[in-house]
Design a protein around this ligand. Structure first.
Ligand code: NDP
Length: 320
């Protein structure tokens, strides 16, 4: 009953209960992709023959990476981005990988370069060195130290923001809930999700708590979150009873768990126990269909942004 009174317009009443409003990444990412398609059209009008260029560099042949790459290439094609998949064999050495990156860095028709992780090589490879070899101005995954450093200092306008946190932030904004002054809790501190999410919330003026595997009082921390973002990789770890009433809950997790009712014998769940958390949150992202599609859309956003920057630097634009 309490949540019914407090949630007002943001909750949806079903029978006697009020459940959270679903924050759909499918819907929001579609809007983003439509806008980007128009931007690419504008570019072509201003600079005939021009197309933003994206390269996805893969080492090896992991099945999950193949699936993610095909989703990225498909989204790029729909928007009008020229996307190329460069696949190096598992036997490629670190030196060969770095040489390939250097050569793509030099190619002026490529505005975005991402290295699909994890690297699937028979040789030892330092992921940090590999990702840091990408030119910062083409680092549309936002994983180089230069872009991460700018983000951590609040220089948001100059850096590329990693795609998953950027997608989370776009979904939080879509709720209409203001971030400034709110208490945000982020579970996870990885370079790709948790750490940049912390920085992004901080520089959007939230008070941020970062939690990780050594955090001792996770339920209590979660209970203080007006905005909760979870990227832990632990199926349904966050229980609904931990969640603060009326909060915004964003679930980055992608976990496959056994399910006899499915033909595949598996189903995908997030890091949050959705059925209980949606009884307390005001807004919640589903899994699938929440953060996942936003990650791909934000990669496209960064690539188009990089192409605009390139055209500006080359002084090929009038009035932008
Ligand atoms: P990592 O394994 O790199 O990081 C997990 C983080 O969660 C670590 O910081 C770890 O802490 C923390 N953690 C693990 N267990 C616990 C726990 N019991 N309590 C508190 N914190 C914990 O994963 P990623 O950041 O790469 O990914 C996180 C999730 O997001 C995964 O499910 C992944 O599949 C998903 N993901 C989804 C994407 C999307 O597009 N939707 C994109 C990228 C990732 P510590 O640092 O102490 O080890």
């Amino acid at each position: 009953m309490l949540s019914m009174v407090r949630l007002g317009a943001s909750g949806r009443q079903t029978g006697r209960r009020t459940v959270a409003t679903v924050v759909s990444g499918n819907k929001t990412s579609k809007l983003v992709r439509e806008r980007l398609k128009q931007e690419v059209q504008q570019m072509k009008q201003q600079v005939p023959g021009f197309r933003p260029g994206l390269v996805v560099l893969q080492v090896g042949d992991r099945e999950d990476s193949n699936l993610y790459i095909s989703m990225k290439l498909k989204a790029a094609a729909q928007i009008g981005i020229s996307a190329n998949h460069v696949r190096l064999p598992k036997t490629a050495t670190e030196e060969e990988v770095l040489d390939n990156i250097e050569s793509i860095n030099q190619n002026p028709s490529v505005h975005g370069l991402i290295v699909q992780l994890p690297l699937d090589s028979v040789h030892p490879m330092d992921t940090e060195i590999v990702t840091n070899t990408v030119a910062p101005q083409k680092d549309v995954d936002g994983l180089t130290c230069i872009n991460a450093g700018m983000l951590s200092r609040g220089n948001l306008g100059s850096c590329f923001i990693p795609c998953t946190p950027n997608g989370c932030m776009t979904l939080i904004r879509s709720t209409g809930v203001s971030v400034a002054g709110k208490h945000a809790v982020v579970i996870g501190r990885s370079k790709i999700v948790g750490a940049p999410m912390h920085d992004l919330l901080l520089w959007n003026h939230a008070t941020v708590t970062s939690c990780h595997s050594k955090t001792q009082d996770l339920p209590e921390q979660v209970g203080r979150a007006d905005i909760l973002v979870v990227g832990a990789g632990k199926a349904e770890m966050v229980r609904g009873e931990w969640v603060k009433e009326g909060s915004v809950v964003i679930d980055c997790g992608i976990n496959h768990i056994p399910d006899d009712t499915k033909d595949s014998g598996m189903r995908v769940v997030g890091d949050i126990h959705y059925q209980s958390a949606n009884q307390r949150a005001a807004f919640i992202t589903p899994v699938p269909g929440g953060v996942g599609p936003m990650t791909v859309a934000m990669l496209m956003e960064n690539t188009v942004q990089s192409a605009w920057r390139f055209l500006q630097q080359q002084k090929l634009l009038s009035g932008r």
